[in-house]
Design a protein around this ligand. Sequence first.
Ligand SMILES: Nc1ncnc2c1ncn2[C@@H]1O[C@H](COP(=O)(O)OP(=O)(O)OP(=O)(O)O)[C@@H](O)[C@H]1O
Ligand SMILES: [Mg+2]
Length: 235
Amino acid sequence: MTLLAIDKLSVAYGDLFAVREVSFSIDEGIVFVLLGANGAGKTSILRSISGLTPARSGSVMAEGKSIVGFSPHEVARAGISHVPEGRRIFPNLTVEDNLIVSFIPARAPMPAAQALAAVYALFPRLAERRKQAGGTLSGGEQQMLAIGRAMMNFPKLLMLDEPSLGLSPVLADLVFERLAEIKRQGTTILLVEQNATCLELATRGVILANGHVVLAGDRHALQDSDFVRRAYLGV
Ligand SMILES: Nc1ncnc2c1ncn2[C@@H]1O[C@H](COP(=O)(O)OP(=O)(O)OP(=O)(O)O)[C@@H](O)[C@H]1O
Ligand SMILES: [Mg+2]
């Protein structure tokens, strides 16, 4: 089943078109990757899906229903969670309170305590730091917390904006490995990255340049493309 379908989506800031007629669709259960360099329009696409930045034109359908014009809150209730660029967490709340404030009882198939335990099973580091203020966590731990907060919503679709940014290669691998586990547990993932190592966990995706889709295909097609070799692997 198609979970999310984007058709001819355009996003503009005044006269500047950041996203031009981008189309793709995401089947349930996969990891879909949106790869592109700085300024390609990746964040604009995620923000537009989330209702944070209005689409100039085009359609966004979640499970066959239009979500264009939905507020960010309505999009979250429709089962789409967004882990934004720069991992926004509450710095003065403890790790545990950061997680609890993200819990939406109406969406949850289990009580908050069980949902917390599931997040701690994914990220044992967060369990060790449960009483610590979010702002005192390391960059990698804050990324885990940002992902954990999104998981407290029990999303059907988890969208992440460059989760590996600023992390060491080892920590980036750990985050990607946890995303693979989240996929195994049944959550569909839309992953925005510049880091081509994320293709290891991709099912399929698109490469974006200057707001356009320049290549769409499965993981192997993306990995084998000249574009990825040149732009991302430096060969
Ligand atoms: N609020 C805004 N006002 C004006 N221009 C914007 C705004 N947000 C983004 N842009 C422009 O839109 C284009 C796409 O930006 P976007 O943030 O979507 O790219 P990106 O692919 O996420 O880049 P990065 O990898 O650097 O995060 C850029 O040229 C950017 O300068
Ligand atoms: Mg961005």
